[in-house]
Ligand binder design. Sequence first.
Ligand code: KG4
Ligand code: ZN
Length: 348
Amino acid sequence: MRVLGIETSCDETGLAIVDSEVGLLAHRLHSQVDVHAVYGGVVPELASRDHIQRILPLLREVLDEAEMRGPELSAVAYTAGPGLLGALLTGASVARSLAYGWGIPALPVHHLEGHLLAPLLDDASLAFPFLVLLVSGGHTQLIHARGLGAYELLGESIDDAAGEAFDKTAKLLGLGYPGGPALAQLAATADAESVTKSGASFGGLRLPRPMLDRPGLDMSFSGLKTAVRTAVHKGQYAPAAIARAFEEAVTETLVEKTRRALEHSAAPTLVVAGGVAANVRLRAGLEAMGQARGVPVFFPRPAFCTDNGAMIALAGLRRLQAGATESDLAIRARARWPLTELVAEASV
Ligand code: KG4
Ligand code: ZN
């Protein structure tokens, strides 16, 4: 089986072809960072227009690389939500039309299911059940994944998502958009600047670990942003020290909440996915915690942590293998779509 995946939920156009035997055959990604950077964030209408221009040229490239023609595919999978409605509609319409023309099914995929299955692109040994720490620009959730489509939400951020906190903090520090990678880069220079380091405090700065003192698996990151603003206004800390203190606070909070979720769920495996899973410090912290508990930790390769077409193709392939079919010719797009509303595939 071979599935084409199309991702257009936000500011990246991603296309890929995954084969059930060989794995990933081809993938292409176009990032719209340049389009939105001047505005300091994603402009939905510009995102939709850019997706429209990019999808077909990228499609030609992945088909060429995989050395196949459209009708040889088994299905076209597309991100049906959650995300920006206009952006979703571009990918969904193209996917639905291609599938109709090629006489194959079009499978709507949940963007977050794509994220949490992404480690399978590199390591087929990952098997249900597992705990997922999903950390993206829009979501921060701890999920008990019992099977394909069987997802129980154990805890989540009650305000900003982790990625959003990275982006907002980066903005406060005068870094560009998107802020996460830029902030991580700045944080990495904190030691080189010989900032005094005592425990997890940089230049004497220690930011709060929100909600760690409370039981439960929910998280909160908006207070951290306020603490960063106060630190910036004080003017006594090097930007690198603030970036590092912020990264430490987020990492420690996520690691501890994840540890508690592993204890609570007794899940044998941990999956970390979503854009923030590309963060080196967070990866190291979670890896160490998993090792201490004897729990294997799966991460997608950094390029597949952030949005991409390969994870959508893979999720579509898994659904197809589990017997998913299409019921009609509808073009599906949902801006809001809780992961827990997905229906479990019985045969997986
Ligand atoms: O999963 P993703 O590509 O898009 C959503 O579905 O939201 O995640 C994007 C988020 C952004 O907030 C970005 O700043 C963050 O992931 N991010 C990072 C890093 N790379 C991307 N945050 C921290 N460190 C990174 N290295
Ligand atoms: Zn995403």
